[in-house]
Every structure is written in C-alpha cells, then in structure tokens.
Design a protein around this ligand. Structure first.
Ligand code: HEM
Length: 220
C-alpha cells in the first residue's frame, strides 16, 4: 500500500511539475493576461523563470536515493532552491499586492499562501541547519506543495473558464483566477499535511520493526 501510494504521488508530482514548467515557458509565448505585468517586467520575469527552475529541480530533492547517494548535490541544490524560493515568494507577494488581476481577494489569498510558502522555506532551512532533518523534510514538503499548487490552479482555471464564461469580463476573469488559486492552495496544503502524517506513521512503524528485529523478535 505504502509503495503504490508513493508511486501515485510521484507520478502526480511529475505531471504537475511539468505543467508548472510549461506554464513558465508559455508565459513568454502569449500576450500577458494581466497588463500590470508589462509595468514590472523584471520582477515578473524573476517570478516566472525562477518558478520554472524551482519546479523542475525541487522534486528531485525528495528522492531518497538521490539524497543518500549524492548528499553534496542535495545540499548544493537545496541552498540554491531556498534562494530561488525566497525570490519567487517575495515577487509573488509584490505582484499580488501591487498589480493583482483579482483585486483584494487575490491580495488576501496570495498574502496568506505566499507568506506560508516563504515561512515554510525558512523553517525548512533553519531546521536542517539545526540538525533537525525530519522537521526540515516536513517544512520543505509544505513549501513545495504550495509552489506546485500553481499547476493545479491552471488545471482548475482553464476548464472552468471554458465552461462558465464564453466571453468573460475582466472582473469575472480575475475572480475565477483567485478561486482557482485558492482551491489549489487549500487542496495542496491539505494533501501535504496528510502525507506528512502518513510518513510519520510509517516511519514510526519502520523504526519499531527495526527495533524488534534487532532484539530478535519477529514483527507481526
Ligand atoms: C514555484 C513555482 C511557480 C511557478 C512556476 C509560477 C509561475 C507563474 C507564472 C508563469 C505566472 C504568470 C502567469 C501566466 O502568464 O500564466 C505567475 C503569476 C503569479 N504567481 Fe506564480 N509561480 C510559482 C509560484 C508561486 C507562488 C508560491 C505564489 C504565491 C503563493 C505565486 C503567485 C503568483 C501570482 C499572484 C501571480 C500573478 C497573478 C495575477 O496575474 O494577478 N506563484 N506565476
């Protein structure tokens, strides 16, 4: 069960990360839907391009085999990803506060989840510096789950746009964008918490089995 759940999760993450990277590339292939992007091209470029790099590399940080065999790579990439993440999160807050397509609801939703993304990254970094590896892993899962939600938001937004609005007004477009982002963030944060609890339980079980094995007792 644990193994098949891991495979499903890995395949889903791979798919969503590819969609996120595709969204970064697509940003430069079309007219911006938010005219405000044109006023701050550097900040938007930093957000979009570094976001794509983050989603392309971050999934490998969770692969146990890579961590155990290439710890130096994990550390080097981790430091780089935390730095990128800080720029991505801060630029997301800037975009949402200064040029939000979705007005005040976007300011609130992104203010909340952008801050959570930054907070989780910083907690993840501080925990590993303090040698608390399990907590480091959990906070990095939370940060990654929020970042990856931008791909799920697109999977919600585009079909919803097609179904509900043949010719959307600017306001409706913005509202749909914020609803899609909000739903995706909540779902991702929820799945991340479930996964963290599931991993804690199976980790505790593994430790119990190893203890029994060391004592020469056969586990049930
Ligand atoms: C980590 C990977 C991320 C990637 C690849 C990414 C990608 C993008 C792209 C491509 C856009 C431009 C929209 C478009 O042209 O389709 C965008 C806009 C935006 N992103 Fe991100 N992003 C990421 C993380 C985040 C995070 C963590 C947040 C905040 C929680 C965030 C908030 C926003 C906001 C507020 C906008 C502008 C929405 C508007 O037009 O009002 N992004 N992002």
């Amino acid at each position: 069960m644990a193994k098949s759940a891991r495979w499903i999760l890995a395949a889903t993450i791979g798919l969503l990360a590819s969609i996120g990277v595709g969204a970064s590339a697509a940003h430069y292939l079309q007219e911006p839907y938010n005219p405000g992007f044109l006023n701050f091209p550097t900040i938007v470029a930093l957000h979009v391009v570094l976001g794509g790099v983050y989603l392309a590399l971050a999934p490998f940080q969770f692969v146990r085999r890579i961590r155990s065999r290439h710890l130096d790579y994990h550390r080097w990439a981790g430091r780089m990803l935390v730095s990128l993440g800080l720029v991505i999160g801060l630029s997301a807050l800037f975009i949402a506060l200064v040029i939000p397509k979705g007005g005040w609801p976007e300011r609130v939703v992104i203010g909340l989840f952008g801050s959570l993304f930054l907070f989780a990254l910083i907690k993840g970094f501080l925990n590993v510096r303090a040698g608390r590896v399990a907590l480091h892993r959990e906070w990095m899962i939370r940060a990654f789950a929020v970042g990856l939600a931008i791909a799920t938001a697109r999977l919600i937004f585009f079909p919803a746009l097609l179904i509900t609005m043949a010719d959307p007004t600017e306001k409706r477009f913005g509202t749909l964008l914020v609803v899609s982002l909000g739903v995706a963030f909540v779902v991702h944060a929820g799945v991340a918490e479930l996964w963290i609890r599931f991993a804690r339980r199976s980790g505790a079980l593994r430790a119990k089995r190893a203890k029994l094995k060391a004592k020469g007792v056969k586990a049930e």
